[in-house]
Design a protein around this ligand. Sequence first.
Ligand SMILES: [Zn+2]
Length: 550
Amino acid sequence: MRNEIFVNVGPRETRVAVRESDKIVELHIERSNERGVVGGIYKGRVTRVLPGMQAAFVDIGLERAGFLYVGDYRSELDDADLDDENGGGRSRRRSGPPPQIEDVLQEGNEVVVQVSKEPLGTKGARITSRISIPGRHLVLMPWVSRVGVSRRIEGDRERRRLRAIVEKYRPSELGFIVRTVSHGVSEADIKADIDYLTNLWTEIQKRKEAIREVPALIHCEPSLHLRVLRDMASPRPRISYYSHPQPLFDAWKIENEIEEGLGRKVWLKSGGYLIFDQGEALTAVDVNTGRYTGGRGRNLEDTILKTNLEAVREIVHQLRFRNLGGLIILDLIDMESAANRDKVYRALAEALREDKAKVNILKISELGLIEMTRKRTRESLGQQLCDSCPTCEGKGYLQSSQTISNRIFRDLPKAATYLHGATLRVQAHPSVTQILLGEAVEGLAKVQTRIGRELAVEAMPSFQPEQYEIVSEGPRVALLAPSVAEIELQFDIAPEPLPLEEDFTEDEAKAEDLDGASADDTDADTDTGIEAELAGAPATSPEDEDSPIV
Ligand SMILES: [Zn+2]
């Protein structure tokens, strides 16, 4: 597969698009005001230990405290070791029970940690003390003292050659993983990487010792375009400078793809389409046949199969491009035949092999749904590029002008019970005042008679569609007594009791904080692509190992 990487560096934003087989499969964006923190190494302070969660919060100087799970913490005494010969990347548990968080960490402790997962929304960053620093050919893992070779490097001879080179040059106390790109790389190039990473580590140690004020940043990853060259370019990349006046992303139609990647609807070549709905708890993808519904019986089933097959490939492409994570539900078009359902399922599994993120898919349910999870370490395209709509506050819809005008009708008699002005002025969006002064004008006259006030209506083009005000003006008049019906209405809806102070237990307060690191964060979720390469990588959570696809 030929890979192309497009790098667009602007004054405030760097964008990198990765293209495989004529499709943009990944888009990375880094803005100067919000440099990513993943990979950053910090000296932090433990602010809270949570035995119930077997985790701790660590202040690392970001807006929210980082979340350190006990499995990601390694104390200085810990003798975790790495063995690349045990195959399959299964974690080898140390003997004896795992340490308890309250035994290894106390509030106020200083710890050196690395961010393994970007803060997302209200969640703090996921952090680990199992530090790893990637170079071009190797990954330095200073907390182990052995050499591992990426599982993806094939051939015993090559594996032995690479291991021997690293053993020859590495300082004995530092561990290294040989990355997949090292296949066939010269001894000199690998030695250069060992030297670079060793110097960098010495530098980091010095900085760590010199720090007086905690929390502090000790080391951060290089900027996006350098990381991409380091991690994604082939061993001998051809690099060319684009100097044409037409912007790079326009010339290659990447802007169009980004635009599409932010929309809900994605067309399929067959005429069907996908709808992406990103909710708080999950992302739903709906597959539709669209215009084309040719034939019945056998033909129809074939059409559906064809659309579903095309859909799953496009869905995988969109999941990667949009970088959607968490729980994802695919609503495929129903298929009668079990064999066809199986074909679609296998096509999905096959397409997902291209995805570097860890995914887990379940069998098609009786309702024709596929549930899957996808792990990610950065925000989705939508989260990165969009704000929620200020008009509807993300709901996606507004109360209609009719509904608002009816609410105003109900509010006017109420307003007359506490506003003293002889005139009540209704200020509302023009779409609402149009109704009040049009089809509803007779009703308005009746209300005016009933409440004994002058009514004025004013269109406010600057208002939001749902926004309205009732203001009082003119000489002071007597208040309207609430009608019996209104009093009854008020008693119908019992006022909500205020919570008593002792209702807030400490557990609840904790639960609130833990929002910052809920469910999907509590499993070992440190897969950054680099770690996927680790041979015999330690401490992955058990559920990582039963994913059907890795
Ligand atoms: Zn909206």
